[in-house]
Design a protein around this ligand. Structure first.
Ligand code: KG4
Ligand code: ZN
Length: 346
């Protein structure tokens, strides 16, 4: 049996469309595209939700037409529409969900609603645009999910079974990178810029705090770290921006690595997954690699091209959960700015 899915992602500032096929245990991406809004949001130094929505509206329909054409299929061959229904920016989400509902109605096919973070999780699990349904021995898996909106440790007991073990009390790791970039007067989006600057700096130059390391739980907090960077810039005029960037990045990476290691000690996992926009960070990839080696757990890191937001990961999450019963009519699906991941546990 073959399932063809059209996936749509519009939760933040990238419009993503992809066509994927599942045949047996193999998931293949036939075509995909991501339209980034970076240039538009760079003008305001951050994402303005209504502006993001307008940009999605402009590009989404032509993108769907183009990607379906590139996939070499007719629209009528699509068996289901996958869409990110949340969490994300409400005006942005609504654009993708409205398109998904319209297509599902027109084509008379179901919608597979996808939680944005499930997408990130499965981008690491499948390991690329083409992958296979993971064998059962990858579970239980621990996912470290680090994006602009979320920082989370999630236990995945089986395909589609999520338990959030820890989260951020305030800023997400990517958000902290973006805010520190602004303090360092670097352009939006800040994460890649800070990490580029950090390459030239000394990560031991400034001892920034590692908040929550001894909190006794698996939560993290990054807003104090951002404030520490602000004070350093204000009080130490001699400080080199390269050193601040490197020391800040080290504090984030060290905190995430130590929390991950703590989580790996609490329960037994077969696999460790790393994904989300910040998983593109080289220092983090390397450090989590060391953690996995120390603990002796298999590591899957999302490929660079799937770390940022995209529709391939949404299609993958849909193709893994659809056969397990995830299926809605177009009337039943709605966008929501906040959705606990556990609600999407099957
Ligand atoms: O997953 P994502 O594309 O969007 C959300 O779902 O939030 O993550 C975007 C975040 C941004 O905050 C961006 O600055 C950060 O990922 N990011 C990075 C790097 N590349 C992207 N942060 C640190 N180092 C990077 N190389
Ligand atoms: Zn994301």
């Amino acid at each position: 049996m073959q399932t063809t899915i059209l996936a749509i992602e519009t939760s933040c500032d990238e419009t993503g469309v992809a066509v994927l096929v599942r045949e047996g245990d193999n998931v293949t991406t036939l075509a995909q595209a991501v339209a980034s809004q970076i240039d538009v949001h760079a003008l305001t130094g951050g994402v303005v939700p209504d502006v993001a929505a307008r940009e999605h509206t402009k590009v989404l329909v032509p993108m769907i037409e183009r990607v379906v054409g590139e996939a070499g299929i007719a629209m009528q061959e699509v068996n289901a529409i996958a869409a990110t229904v949340g969490p994300g920016l409400m005006p942005a989400l609504v654009v993708g969900v409205a398109a998904a509902r319209t297509l599902a109605f027109k084509l008379d096919v179901p919608i597979v609603p996808v939680h944005h973070l499930e997408g990130h999780i499965y981008s690491a699990l499948l390991g690329g645009q083409n992958g296979s349904i993971p064998a059962n021995n990858v579970f239980p898996a621990l996912a470290l999910l680090v994006s602009g909106g979320h920082t989370m440790l999630v236990a995945i007991d089986a395909l589609g079974h999520y338990r959030v073990l820890g989260t951020t009390r305030d800023d997400a790791a990517g958000e902290a990178f973006d805010k520190v970039a602004r303090l360092l007067e670097l352009p939006y989006p800040g994460g890649p810029q800070v990490s580029k600057l950090a390459e030239k700096g000394n990560k031991e130059a400034i001892a920034f705090p590692r908040p929550m390391l001894h909190s006794g739980d698996l939560d993290v907090s990054f807003s104090g770290l951002k404030t520490a960077v602000l004070y350093e810039l204000r009080d130490n005029k001699e400080a080199q921006k390269e050193d601040i960037a490197a020391s800040f990045q080290e504090a984030v990476v060290d905190t995430l690595a130590q929390k991950t290691q703590q989580a790996l000690k609490v329960e037994q996992y077969n696999t460790l997954l790393l994904s989300g926009g910040v998983a593109a960070n080289t220092a983090l990839r390397e450090r989590i690699g060391q953690v996995a080696e120390t603990v002796g757990v298999r590591l899957h890191i999302a490929p660079l091209e799937l770390c940022g937001d995209n529709a391939v990961m949404i299609g993958q999450a849909a193709l893994l959960t659809y056969p397990l019963g995830r299926k809605k009519t177009w009337q039943e699906v709605d966008a929501r700015a906040r959705i606990p991941l556990e609600e999407y546990s099957l």
